[in-house]
Design a protein around this ligand. Structure first.
Ligand code: CO8
Length: 300
């Protein structure tokens, strides 16, 4: 169900792929239980629901870097809503199908040289993603298997628990200041709730990206594991959280997060207008263009 105050999505992508309930194939040995797994094949996110455990996996697969375009965000919200409304699903693990990258955050091209209407639609979709994820009734675990700057970090921070691959080449953080832009108050609130005010204040001002081991030291991620153990660990953590009665856990989660969610819900339109006027400034557009140039130069 849609959280109170959350507006319906503006655009709907092509319909869900076929929900494939795996029938036992003719070659399957008799007597083996039917694998209770439903897979939804979307464009940018692969969703698999294991009905026996009640756990779904949402795997980002939007090359080259899983950036959150308007299409990605729309698909994300629809996938999450579908799982939220599915009684068979109690928890979701978020991970990436792209090696070395969890997500590069918001798609910068969506914020460059576009119309006011486009900025409004894009920002509403970013808000929608966060409202749905931070306010989800399900247990949410981020299995961070690569770098996760800015919006990628926000997705991880919005989950109930974060497990990251211990590779120091993978970094995570809210680096908006490095792009010359400012993380909105609800990014900041989410960060503060995870790591505390002092760490958030310093990290946000400096736009710090932390290698996984450092991020773990101050609690930006809860646990580090070798890459090959990530999925197993995520499943174990999920099982631990799902061992509790849903209603008690859900009410507790809501008690902890409601004030922060309500703040955006109450100021949603204002937040969109702020985004539009900020991002439309020529100086900000210039910063973003320079940042994109820098990314390209780094490559060559
Ligand atoms: N958006 C759009 N394109 C991107 C993005 C992005 N976020 N990140 C990378 N790309 C593009 C690159 O430009 C490059 O394009 P091309 O192939 O055409 O040259 C391609 O993706 C591959 O990128 P790299 O070569 O850099 O790939 P690497 O594997 O070497 O590195 C990284 C991957 C680490 C993810 C690196 O690309 C990177 O650091 N990207 C930038 C990440 C970033 O800073 N994101 C911040 C986005 S802003 C945000 O999420 C919150 C904004 C809040 C709004 C504030 C209100 C104003």
């Amino acid at each position: 169900s849609v959280p109170p105050g959350v507006l319906p999505l503006c655009r709907w992508p092509s319909a869900w792929g076929r929900a494939a309930l795996q029938p036992p194939g003719p070659l399957q040995p008799p007597g083996l239980p039917l694998a209770p797994c439903r897979a939804f094949s979307n464009n940018k996110i692969l969703v698999e629901l294991d009905e026996s455990s009640g756990v779904a996996t949402m795997k980002f697969k939007s090359p080259p870097v899983n950036s959150f375009s308007l299409d990605f965000l729309t698909e994300f919200c629809i996938s999450l809503e579908k799982l939220e409304n599915d009684r068979a699903c109690r928890g979701v693990i978020f991970t990436s199908a792209i090696p070395k990258i969890f997500s590069s955050g918001l798609d910068i091209t969506e914020m460059c040289g576009k119309s006011t209407e486009h900025y409004a639609e894009f920002w509403r979709a970013v808000q929608e993603m966060w409202l749905r994820l931070y306010g989800s009734n399900m247990v949410t675990v981020a299995a961070v298997n690569g770098s996760s700057p800015a919006g990628g970090c926000l997705v991880a921070l919005s989950c109930d628990y974060r497990i990251m691959v211990e590779n120091p080449k993978f970094s995570i953080g809210l680096n908006e200041a490095q792009l010359g832009i400012v993380a909105p108050f609800w990014f900041k609130d989410t960060f503060v709730n995870a790591v505390g005010h002092r760490v958030a204040e310093r990290s946000l001002q400096l736009g710090s990206l932390y290698p996984a081991p450092e991020a773990h030291r101050f609690g930006l991620v809860d646990e580090l594991v070798p890459e090959e153990k990530l999925q197993e660990k995520a499943a174990a953590v999920m099982a631990q959280w799902l061992a509790l009665p849903d209603h008690a856990r859900q009410l507790t989660k809501s008690m902890m997060r409601k004030a922060v969610l309500d703040r955006l819900i109450a100021h949603r339109e204002e937040d969109i207008q702020n985004f539009i006027s900020f991002i439309s400034k020529e100086s900000i557009q210039k910063s973003l263009r320079m940042y994109m140039e820098m990314l390209k130069k780094k490559k060559s």
